[in-house]
Design a protein around this ligand. Structure first.
Ligand SMILES: [Mg+2]
Length: 172
């Protein structure tokens, strides 16, 4: 089993960022300011539990690469060792692990200059991950995706993933 988590609206409260557009470089500074110290949603604790159980764990976000540093800092504070090699220890052989870590990163972001709509960008991220998994002959039976955006969720489902759209039900 492999888990893929979206960030905004799944791991992180997106109340302050949902009206910003990461495709616009002139909004990056404001985006970076708002995500620093943003509240973690309860799903972040769930993601942390999955990660510490040793499940392969990826984060796909439509945030720009320009925001990698504040994003990784937030994830490391919130979830732990995202972006570092340790989470794969014991799952792959040393040789596979080396190749896997070398050729990939757990945090998939929007390349600089990319203007894709989020669901298309995430399709590309998924293809990138599948290509790496194929190279390593990593044996997985399910990809579980936690994604709040409807079009992205549909795309993942159409590509054979099991998709969960977090929805927090609140009593009025
Ligand atoms: Mg989202």
């Amino acid at each position: 089993m492999i888990a893929i988590f979206d960030i905004d609206g799944v791991l992180a409260d997106n109340a302050e960022t949902k009206n910003l557009d990461c495709r616009k470089p002139d909004q990056h500074a404001e985006f970076a300011r708002r995500i620093t110290g943003v509240s973690a949603l309860p799903m972040a604790r769930f993601a942390q539990a999955i990660a510490y159980c040793g499940a392969p764990f990826f984060i796909f976000t439509a945030r720009s690469e320009a925001l990698r540093m504040p994003t990784e800092e937030w994830l490391e504070d919130t979830i732990g060792t995202v972006g570092k090699a340790g989470m794969y220890d014991g799952l792959l052989s040393d040789e596979q692990n080396k190749d896997f870590v070398y050729s990939s990163n757990r945090l998939y972001m929007r390349p600089l200059g990319n203007n894709d709509e989020a669901h298309l960008l995430k399709w590309k991220q998924l293809q990138g991950l599948l290509a790496i998994l194929k190279e390593t002959e990593f044996n997985y039976s399910n990809i579980l995706v936690f994604e709040d955006n409807a079009r992205s969720a549909k795309m993942f489902a159409q590509n054979g993933c099991r998709v969960y759209r977090p929805f927090e039900f609140r009593a009025k």
